[in-house]
Ligand binder design. Structure first.
Ligand code: SF4
Ligand code: SF4
Length: 285
Protein backbone atom coordinates (compact mmCIF):
# COMPACT_ATOMS: atom_id res chain seq x y z
CA UNK A 1 0.00 0.00 0.00
CA UNK A 2 1.33 3.42 -0.98
CA UNK A 3 0.25 6.27 1.35
CA UNK A 4 0.30 9.76 -0.11
CA UNK A 5 -0.64 12.92 1.81
CA UNK A 6 -1.67 15.94 -0.23
CA UNK A 7 -1.18 19.17 1.67
CA UNK A 8 -0.70 22.90 1.36
CA UNK A 9 0.51 25.76 3.51
CA UNK A 10 -2.87 27.43 3.39
CA UNK A 11 -6.43 26.72 2.28
CA UNK A 12 -7.64 27.49 -1.23
CA UNK A 13 -4.41 26.45 -2.93
CA UNK A 14 -5.83 23.41 -4.70
CA UNK A 15 -4.91 20.45 -2.52
CA UNK A 16 -8.43 19.00 -2.63
CA UNK A 17 -8.39 19.39 -6.41
CA UNK A 18 -5.15 17.41 -6.56
CA UNK A 19 -6.20 14.75 -4.04
CA UNK A 20 -9.56 14.05 -5.70
CA UNK A 21 -8.26 14.09 -9.28
CA UNK A 22 -5.30 11.90 -8.34
CA UNK A 23 -7.58 9.37 -6.64
CA UNK A 24 -9.98 9.36 -9.59
CA UNK A 25 -7.19 8.98 -12.18
CA UNK A 26 -5.59 6.06 -10.32
CA UNK A 27 -8.98 4.37 -10.00
CA UNK A 28 -9.56 4.89 -13.70
CA UNK A 29 -6.47 2.85 -14.60
CA UNK A 30 -7.54 0.03 -12.30
CA UNK A 31 -5.68 0.79 -9.07
CA UNK A 32 -7.49 -0.01 -5.84
CA UNK A 33 -7.71 3.46 -4.30
CA UNK A 34 -8.87 4.85 -0.99
CA UNK A 35 -9.44 8.60 -0.59
CA UNK A 36 -9.53 9.97 2.96
CA UNK A 37 -10.44 13.57 3.71
CA UNK A 38 -8.57 14.63 6.85
CA UNK A 39 -9.45 18.32 6.49
CA UNK A 40 -11.94 17.78 9.30
CA UNK A 41 -12.74 21.45 9.90
CA UNK A 42 -13.89 21.84 6.32
CA UNK A 43 -14.02 18.50 4.50
CA UNK A 44 -14.99 19.05 0.88
CA UNK A 45 -13.59 16.12 -1.13
CA UNK A 46 -17.09 14.61 -1.00
CA UNK A 47 -18.40 17.44 -3.20
CA UNK A 48 -16.65 15.90 -6.21
CA UNK A 49 -18.21 12.45 -5.90
CA UNK A 50 -21.54 10.82 -5.31
CA UNK A 51 -20.94 8.91 -2.11
CA UNK A 52 -22.85 6.13 -0.50
CA UNK A 53 -21.99 6.18 3.19
CA UNK A 54 -22.09 2.81 4.94
CA UNK A 55 -20.58 3.54 8.34
CA UNK A 56 -20.46 6.42 10.80
CA UNK A 57 -18.54 6.58 14.08
CA UNK A 58 -18.63 9.19 16.79
CA UNK A 59 -15.22 10.45 17.94
CA UNK A 60 -15.11 11.22 21.65
CA UNK A 61 -12.53 12.70 23.96
CA UNK A 62 -12.43 12.22 27.72
CA UNK A 63 -12.96 15.47 29.57
CA UNK A 64 -12.59 16.10 33.31
CA UNK A 65 -15.51 15.85 35.70
CA UNK A 66 -14.75 17.49 39.04
CA UNK A 67 -16.03 16.12 42.33
CA UNK A 68 -16.58 19.42 44.13
CA UNK A 69 -17.00 17.64 47.46
CA UNK A 70 -13.43 16.36 47.21
CA UNK A 71 -11.65 19.26 45.46
CA UNK A 72 -9.45 21.34 47.79
CA UNK A 73 -8.97 24.16 45.26
CA UNK A 74 -5.22 23.63 45.29
CA UNK A 75 -4.96 24.82 41.66
CA UNK A 76 -2.63 22.03 40.50
CA UNK A 77 -4.94 21.04 37.63
CA UNK A 78 -5.26 24.60 36.28
CA UNK A 79 -1.50 25.06 36.49
CA UNK A 80 -0.87 21.82 34.61
CA UNK A 81 -3.41 22.42 31.83
CA UNK A 82 -1.58 23.64 28.73
CA UNK A 83 -4.82 24.86 27.19
CA UNK A 84 -6.15 27.05 30.04
CA UNK A 85 -9.24 24.86 30.15
CA UNK A 86 -9.57 24.90 33.95
CA UNK A 87 -9.95 27.90 36.23
CA UNK A 88 -9.60 27.54 40.00
CA UNK A 89 -10.30 30.16 42.66
CA UNK A 90 -10.46 29.72 46.43
CA UNK A 91 -14.18 28.91 46.20
CA UNK A 92 -14.82 27.82 42.62
CA UNK A 93 -13.49 25.52 39.94
CA UNK A 94 -14.62 25.61 36.32
CA UNK A 95 -13.83 23.47 33.29
CA UNK A 96 -14.12 25.19 29.89
CA UNK A 97 -15.09 22.18 27.83
CA UNK A 98 -14.62 23.96 24.50
CA UNK A 99 -10.93 24.52 25.32
CA UNK A 100 -10.27 21.01 26.66
CA UNK A 101 -8.17 18.74 24.40
CA UNK A 102 -8.86 15.65 26.53
CA UNK A 103 -5.18 15.10 27.33
CA UNK A 104 -5.88 13.71 30.82
CA UNK A 105 -3.07 15.63 32.55
CA UNK A 106 -5.36 17.33 35.07
CA UNK A 107 -6.68 14.05 36.47
CA UNK A 108 -3.12 12.74 36.75
CA UNK A 109 -1.88 15.70 38.80
CA UNK A 110 -4.86 16.06 41.14
CA UNK A 111 -3.48 15.12 44.59
CA UNK A 112 -6.88 14.09 46.02
CA UNK A 113 -8.37 12.24 43.02
CA UNK A 114 -11.17 14.76 42.63
CA UNK A 115 -11.13 14.42 38.82
CA UNK A 116 -12.75 11.61 36.91
CA UNK A 117 -13.22 11.59 33.14
CA UNK A 118 -16.29 11.36 30.97
CA UNK A 119 -16.73 11.14 27.18
CA UNK A 120 -17.64 14.13 25.05
CA UNK A 121 -18.24 13.79 21.27
CA UNK A 122 -16.08 16.15 19.20
CA UNK A 123 -17.01 14.94 15.73
CA UNK A 124 -17.30 11.86 13.58
CA UNK A 125 -15.74 9.69 10.92
CA UNK A 126 -17.86 8.67 7.94
CA UNK A 127 -16.93 5.85 5.58
CA UNK A 128 -18.34 4.63 2.30
CA UNK A 129 -17.72 4.35 -1.41
CA UNK A 130 -18.02 6.74 -4.32
CA UNK A 131 -20.38 5.84 -7.17
CA UNK A 132 -17.23 5.14 -9.23
CA UNK A 133 -16.16 2.55 -6.62
CA UNK A 134 -13.44 4.47 -4.79
CA UNK A 135 -13.27 3.68 -1.09
CA UNK A 136 -13.92 6.95 0.76
CA UNK A 137 -13.65 8.31 4.28
CA UNK A 138 -13.90 11.70 5.90
CA UNK A 139 -13.42 13.20 9.32
CA UNK A 140 -15.78 15.89 10.53
CA UNK A 141 -14.96 18.09 13.53
CA UNK A 142 -17.88 19.63 15.40
CA UNK A 143 -18.01 23.44 15.18
CA UNK A 144 -16.15 25.08 18.06
CA UNK A 145 -13.97 22.07 18.92
CA UNK A 146 -10.31 23.02 19.25
CA UNK A 147 -8.49 20.14 17.58
CA UNK A 148 -9.07 17.59 14.82
CA UNK A 149 -6.15 15.38 15.87
CA UNK A 150 -8.32 12.63 17.41
CA UNK A 151 -10.66 12.64 14.42
CA UNK A 152 -7.75 12.16 12.03
CA UNK A 153 -6.20 9.47 14.21
CA UNK A 154 -9.48 7.54 14.28
CA UNK A 155 -10.04 7.94 10.54
CA UNK A 156 -6.54 6.66 9.77
CA UNK A 157 -7.35 3.46 11.65
CA UNK A 158 -9.67 2.75 8.71
CA UNK A 159 -6.89 2.85 6.13
CA UNK A 160 -7.51 -0.06 3.79
CA UNK A 161 -4.55 -2.44 4.00
CA UNK A 162 -5.63 -3.97 0.69
CA UNK A 163 -5.61 -0.67 -1.21
CA UNK A 164 -2.87 -0.08 -3.75
CA UNK A 165 -2.87 3.62 -2.95
CA UNK A 166 -4.31 5.66 -0.07
CA UNK A 167 -4.59 9.38 -0.84
CA UNK A 168 -5.17 11.66 2.14
CA UNK A 169 -6.43 15.20 1.71
CA UNK A 170 -4.65 16.87 4.64
CA UNK A 171 -5.78 19.93 6.60
CA UNK A 172 -3.98 23.12 5.48
CA UNK A 173 -1.11 24.71 7.42
CA UNK A 174 1.51 23.17 9.67
CA UNK A 175 -0.32 22.62 12.96
CA UNK A 176 -0.88 19.40 14.97
CA UNK A 177 -3.64 17.98 12.68
CA UNK A 178 -1.24 18.23 9.73
CA UNK A 179 1.52 16.48 11.67
CA UNK A 180 -0.98 13.77 12.67
CA UNK A 181 -1.98 13.35 9.02
CA UNK A 182 1.65 13.03 7.94
CA UNK A 183 2.54 10.32 10.47
CA UNK A 184 3.42 7.08 8.62
CA UNK A 185 2.92 8.59 5.18
CA UNK A 186 5.21 7.44 2.36
CA UNK A 187 5.15 10.72 0.49
CA UNK A 188 4.04 14.33 0.99
CA UNK A 189 2.68 16.10 -2.08
CA UNK A 190 2.69 19.83 -1.43
CA UNK A 191 0.41 22.03 -3.47
CA UNK A 192 1.34 25.67 -3.83
CA UNK A 193 0.65 28.64 -6.05
CA UNK A 194 3.20 30.92 -7.72
CA UNK A 195 2.79 33.99 -5.50
CA UNK A 196 4.83 35.49 -2.63
CA UNK A 197 2.16 34.27 -0.16
CA UNK A 198 2.29 30.82 -1.70
CA UNK A 199 6.07 30.77 -1.35
CA UNK A 200 5.95 31.86 2.30
CA UNK A 201 3.47 29.13 3.26
CA UNK A 202 5.32 26.57 1.16
CA UNK A 203 8.54 27.24 3.08
CA UNK A 204 6.76 26.63 6.40
CA UNK A 205 5.30 23.35 5.11
CA UNK A 206 8.66 22.21 3.73
CA UNK A 207 10.26 22.74 7.15
CA UNK A 208 7.54 20.68 8.85
CA UNK A 209 7.92 17.82 6.38
CA UNK A 210 11.71 17.90 6.69
CA UNK A 211 11.37 17.55 10.47
CA UNK A 212 9.26 14.43 9.91
CA UNK A 213 11.77 13.07 7.41
CA UNK A 214 9.18 12.25 4.73
CA UNK A 215 10.07 12.46 1.03
CA UNK A 216 8.24 15.28 -0.69
CA UNK A 217 7.51 16.91 -4.00
CA UNK A 218 5.62 20.01 -5.07
CA UNK A 219 2.76 20.76 -7.44
CA UNK A 220 2.49 24.34 -8.61
CA UNK A 221 -1.17 25.12 -9.19
CA UNK A 222 -2.49 28.01 -11.30
CA UNK A 223 0.92 28.19 -12.94
CA UNK A 224 1.36 31.16 -15.28
CA UNK A 225 5.14 31.35 -15.60
CA UNK A 226 5.29 34.90 -14.23
CA UNK A 227 6.44 34.52 -10.61
CA UNK A 228 9.43 32.19 -10.67
CA UNK A 229 10.64 32.54 -7.05
CA UNK A 230 8.86 29.30 -6.08
CA UNK A 231 10.84 27.35 -8.68
CA UNK A 232 14.10 29.00 -7.59
CA UNK A 233 13.41 28.14 -3.96
CA UNK A 234 12.59 24.51 -4.77
CA UNK A 235 15.73 24.18 -6.85
CA UNK A 236 17.83 25.57 -4.00
CA UNK A 237 16.23 23.04 -1.64
CA UNK A 238 16.57 20.20 -4.12
CA UNK A 239 12.84 19.47 -3.92
CA UNK A 240 11.31 18.13 -7.15
CA UNK A 241 8.47 19.87 -8.96
CA UNK A 242 6.14 16.97 -9.71
CA UNK A 243 3.54 18.79 -11.80
CA UNK A 244 2.45 22.23 -12.94
CA UNK A 245 -1.28 22.84 -13.35
CA UNK A 246 -1.78 25.88 -15.55
CA UNK A 247 -4.06 28.75 -14.78
CA UNK A 248 -7.07 27.62 -16.81
CA UNK A 249 -10.63 28.95 -16.80
CA UNK A 250 -12.07 25.51 -17.66
CA UNK A 251 -10.35 23.94 -14.65
CA UNK A 252 -11.72 26.71 -12.41
CA UNK A 253 -15.19 26.18 -13.87
CA UNK A 254 -15.04 22.42 -13.27
CA UNK A 255 -14.04 23.12 -9.65
CA UNK A 256 -16.78 25.64 -9.03
CA UNK A 257 -19.33 23.20 -10.51
CA UNK A 258 -18.14 20.44 -8.17
CA UNK A 259 -16.69 18.40 -11.03
CA UNK A 260 -13.35 16.65 -11.33
CA UNK A 261 -11.47 18.34 -14.14
CA UNK A 262 -9.76 15.07 -15.06
CA UNK A 263 -13.26 13.79 -15.94
CA UNK A 264 -13.80 16.79 -18.20
CA UNK A 265 -10.27 16.89 -19.63
CA UNK A 266 -9.11 13.35 -20.39
CA UNK A 267 -5.48 14.32 -20.85
CA UNK A 268 -5.29 15.07 -17.13
CA UNK A 269 -5.84 11.41 -16.21
CA UNK A 270 -2.52 10.71 -17.92
CA UNK A 271 -0.93 13.69 -16.20
CA UNK A 272 -2.02 12.48 -12.77
CA UNK A 273 -0.77 8.98 -13.55
CA UNK A 274 2.54 10.54 -14.56
CA UNK A 275 2.50 12.38 -11.22
CA UNK A 276 1.93 9.09 -9.38
CA UNK A 277 4.84 7.48 -11.21
CA UNK A 278 7.05 10.36 -10.11
CA UNK A 279 5.90 9.83 -6.53
CA UNK A 280 6.80 6.15 -6.80
CA UNK A 281 10.24 7.05 -8.15
CA UNK A 282 10.85 9.43 -5.23
CA UNK A 283 9.59 7.26 -2.37
CA UNK A 284 12.33 5.89 -0.14
CA UNK A 285 12.66 2.16 -0.57
S1 SF4 B 1 -7.91 17.06 29.98
FE1 SF4 B 1 -6.06 18.24 29.43
S2 SF4 B 1 -6.86 19.92 28.23
FE2 SF4 B 1 -8.61 19.09 29.32
S3 SF4 B 1 -8.75 20.29 31.15
FE3 SF4 B 1 -7.50 18.50 31.65
S4 SF4 B 1 -5.38 19.16 31.37
FE4 SF4 B 1 -6.70 20.67 30.33
S1 SF4 C 1 -5.98 19.50 41.28
FE1 SF4 C 1 -7.75 18.44 42.19
S2 SF4 C 1 -7.94 19.34 44.20
FE2 SF4 C 1 -6.60 20.70 43.07
S3 SF4 C 1 -7.98 22.25 42.23
FE3 SF4 C 1 -7.80 20.66 40.68
S4 SF4 C 1 -9.51 19.27 41.08
FE4 SF4 C 1 -9.28 20.55 42.88
Amino acid sequence: MRKIAVLSGKGGTGKTTVATNLAYSLHKIGKKVQLLDADAEEPNSHIFFEIEYTQEESVDILIPKIDRNVCTHCGACAKACEFSAISVSPKHIMVFEYLCHGCGVCSMVCPVNAISEGPKPIGKVKLGKTKDGISFGEGILNIGEPSAVRIIRQMKKHMDENADVVVIDSPPGTSCPVVETLQDMDFALLVTEPTPFGLHDLQLSVNTIKDLNIPMGVIINRYDGVYTEVEKYLESENIPIMMKIPYDVEIAQSYSNGRLFSKDKDEYVEKFIDLYEKVEANVKC
